[in-house]
Write a protein that binds this ligand. Sequence first.
Ligand code: ADP
Ligand code: MG
Length: 253
Amino acid sequence: MIQNDFKPDTGLTQHKSVEVVNLNVTSKIIAQARREGRKALLETEAKTICMEYEIPVTKFKLAENETEAADFAGQIGFPVVLKIVTPDIIHKSEARGVMVNLKNAAEVKIAYGKILENAKKYNSATKIVGVLVQEMAPQSTEVIVGAIKDPQFGQTLMFGLGGIFVELLKDVTFRVAPITREDAQEMVTKVKAYPLLKGYRNAPQADIDAIINALLNTSKLVTDYSEIKELDLNPIMAYEKGTKTVDARIILE
Ligand code: ADP
Ligand code: MG
């Protein structure tokens, strides 16, 4: 069972060898993916790595049947979000594998079945690990922190605001890792949409320091693990106090 309100179980605990016993959580997760021949980490794995690097993420628990999903939703607190967990689907909403704002156990059970059905329709060969139950993060200004391993510059960080700002307007900043606090501050303040983060009309002021910390921690992560080819925290909800990553994707070389 993969969950983040207790110590994450990476599945290695029963068979500790001398080599793995001293490895941290991130190394174990990467080693496990390698052994299974996977390049894309599961959302559970990517979020567990984020936790090790002090990047705040939603509460989550991996359910293997609808009863478990409903139980976990009750423990986490409604409303919840359900998502497909499989190494075969990278863009979950494209496969209609994300259902948000589920308000009670009955809705969770129905959504569980729908998500499995949609995943199989999308790709009948999909190996489904389970369905992730997670807290529904309140709506807020969405930001994106990314990293790509550039063939020339190496690990490179990206920052932008969510939705149209990155996708349509390409309003993003880049810096080569590792970055300093000053670099991170520049990355945030130099996007054109920055005034939105300072509070504009209905958008509340966002916690700029918390966003800067997310950038710095991501910089440390991709610097520590040069085998990370792509990282995508998309979206991160930016609140007046703190941030919360609702989706995390990590692709290995
Ligand atoms: P994808 O693999 O398609 O990127 P996401 O996990 O990002 O899937 O989910 C799609 C969208 O659903 C997100 O962009 C966000 O708007 C919303 N969403 C996902 N998880 C949550 C959550 N825990 N709380 C609130 N909104 C969420
Ligand atoms: Mg996403």
